[in-house]
Design a protein around this ligand. Structure first.
Ligand code: OGA
Ligand code: NI
Length: 375
């Protein structure tokens, strides 16, 4: 019987060896935290050794400036250009896993207000920012590294991470208390990003031939899906060729919505090359994370990206992650598997998944690949 065959096929894939469970995280930073901003502002001329990448991992070379990720005008979804716009999004998801969008519904004022409160937070004196220092149990707060492995090379950037949804874990008192406008502004910003995300989840679902609400529901619906923010601050770097602002990684969650300032630095992997993302005023940069790869059984893939730094301008980005509910199991959509499309990824909750990343730090696409039973 056909269904039995599918099940048998699935289990044989899994018996080929499920990956080991994520290691239990250590609940403290393995080394004293140094703020990259403080190191940069101390005026050093040489990069401290703990930020220096081995020669074969440095950012130079393999950069393809001739290519660009697609730029999509989202206002096309609202008029007679709808079918064409849906198609453009579909192509961008399949070919790139990355695109920029304009006319996305978040006003220029809101984007600038978000940039402004973020910059003002990082301009505060160090003692003020330190009041919000984070720890690896939750990552919420002011941080300077991802992952708790001792002795690894660190990235040249600081960040502030906090939740927005589900409301039960928002903990607004853990958002920056200064500048005073931070909380109201970022609430509005996160709400705007939530609407962008819901539109994208619906468009992706329809492009995949699924019911329009499929992906949103797989994320837990409006009540339980996760929205969190990471504001990245990349100070000027004395030797930018030796390090990264953020080393190559795919985003573990669902959809990422990134706003950068006018300083370029984000690069997207295309085969063996890295394509720099050209800053477009008020565009939002969208990329697909590992959970979308899993839910679509690999029809859409998460894509590695990295950010480089430079020696004359600081760079910032506001990154909103739209994730599945942490406790809900995520696996390939039933309508996208069967027959010639065997299940490629095993199910797990997003909380289980991100525990691994938070322990080991960012390492390309190693984790999503490890739960792919065909690679
Ligand atoms: C991230 C990320 C890139 C950037 O925060 O996950 O990829 O340019 N940021 O800040
Ligand atoms: Ni990222």
């Amino acid at each position: 019987m056909a269904p039995a065959q599918v099940a048998c096929c699935d289990s044989s894939l899994f018996s080929s060896g499920p990956p080991p469970p994520p290691p239990s995280p250590r609940f403290e930073w393995p080394e004293p935290i140094q703020r990259v901003q403080s190191i940069a502002e101390s005026g050093i001329k040489c990069l401290p050794p703990r930020y220096v990448r081995p020669v074969e991992e440095r950012p130079s070379g393999h950069v393809l400036v001739e290519e660009q990720i697609p730029l999509i005008d989202m206002s096309g979804l609202l008029d007679e250009r709808r079918a064409k716009t849906m198609e453009e999004i579909s192509d961008a998801c399949k070919k790139w896993g990355f695109f920029q969008m304009i006319n996305h519904g978040m006003s220029s004022e809101l984007l600038n207000a978000g940039r402004d409160v973020s910059r003002r937070f990082f301009q505060l004196p160090l003692e003020e920012k330190q009041k919000h220092a984070n720890d690896p149990k939750t990552y919420v707060g002011y941080g300077s590294r991802i992952g708790v492995q001792k002795g690894v090379v660190l990235d040249w950037g600081d960040y502030y991470y906090h939740h927005f949804l589900p409301a039960s874990i928002r903990e607004e008192h853990k958002w920056p208390s200064k500048p005073l406008e931070y909380r109201p502004t970022m609430k509005e910003y996160c709400n705007g990003a939530l609407q962008v995300c819901r539109t994208l989840l619906s468009v992706f679902s329809q492009n995949l031939g699924l019911p329009p609400k499929y992906l949103e529901e797989a994320f837990g619906g409006e009540e339980d899906m996760g929205i969190c923010a990471r504001v990245n601050y990349y100070p000027v770097c004395p030797q930018p060729d030796l390090t990264f602002g953020l080393s190559p990684h795919s985003d573990p969650g669902g959809i990422t919505i990134l706003l950068q300032n006018d300083v370029s630095g984000l690069q997207v992997r295309k085969g063996d090359y890295w394509v720099p993302v050209r800053p477009v005023p008020d565009a939002l940069i969208i990329n697909l994370g590992d959970q979308i790869e899993i839910l679509t059984n690999g029809i859409y893939k998460s894509v590695e990206h990295r950010s480089i730094v430079n020696n004359n301008k600081e760079r910032m980005s506001i990154v909103i992650f739209c994730n599945p509910d942490g406790d809900k199991k995520v696996g390939p959509a039933k309508d996208l598997i069967g027959g010639s499309n065997p299940v490629k990824y095993r199910q797990m909750t997003f909380n289980e998944y991100r525990m691994f990343i938070r322990t080991t730090g960012t390492k390309g696409k190693s984790y999503v690949n490890s739960i792919n039973s065909t690679s």
